[in-house]
Design a protein around this ligand. Sequence first.
Ligand SMILES: NC(=O)CC[C@H](N)C(=O)O
Length: 247
Amino acid sequence: MTTLRLAHLYPDHMNVYGDRGNVIALRQRCLRRGIELEIIPVNPGDMIDWGSVDLAFFGGGQDSGQALITTDLIERQGPGLRAAIENDLVMLAICGGYQLLGHYFLTHTGERLPGLGVLDVHTIAGKQRMIGNIVIEVDVGQGPWRLVGFENHSGRTFHGAGVKPLGKVLAGYGDNGQDGWGGAIYRNTFGCYLHGALLPKNPQLTDHLIGLALRRRYGANAELAPLPAERELAAQRVMVQRLIGRV
Ligand SMILES: NC(=O)CC[C@H](N)C(=O)O
C-alpha cells in the first residue's frame, strides 16, 4: 500500500478553530485513494526523524500557546525541520504556526517570540484583531482557485523578498490588512491565516499538497487519482458568492 507520513506539530498547544480538521481532511482524501497517511504528533521533547516525513502541519494558537513551544521548535526541531523544508518537505502552517515559521512575532504585550526563520516574513501585533471570513485567490499553476476560511489574529505579517505570496485577498484582511496579500509560499511550504478548518473547505489545496508529497516520495510520475469533491466545492462557491458577490 502507498503510504505517506505526516508530522503534526504541537497538536495540544497549537489547535484553534478546528485546525486539526486539516489533518483529518488530508487523511480522508488519502484514504479514499488507497493511500495510508501515518500521523505523527510532535509534542515538546519529541525527537523526530524529519528525513522520513512527507508532510507537516502546524496549526494556529493563542500567543500563550505559541510562547510555550517556541524554544522546542527552534532548538529541538529546528535543524531537522529546516533541512527538510529546504529539501521540499510539503508543509502547511496556519496563523500562529505561519507566524512561527517566520523570523519573529512581536506580540501585543511587547514579547518577542523568535520564529524558525525559514519563511522570510515577520509579524507585529496590532491593537485591533483582524477577525472574520476571508477569501483569497490562489494560483499554484493550475488556474485560479478561490480559497475560503476564517481569520482571527492580532499579528500583521509582512513579506520579505524570499517568499512568494500565496494569494490575493478578495475579502477579509489577509496577512496585514494593508498590502492585499494572503499567505506566503517558500518551496513546498505554505503559510496563511485561513482557519476554518482550511482543507475540508478547500479540497483543491488538499489535493495539491497530497500530490506534491506523493511526487516527492515516489517520483515525478506518481499520479494522484482523481477524486470528486462536489459538495465541498458547492459549499465553497456559496461562501465566495456571499462574500464577494460573484463566483
Ligand atoms: N489564531 C491564531 O493562530 C492567532 C495567532 C496569534 N496569537 C495572533 O493573534 O496573531
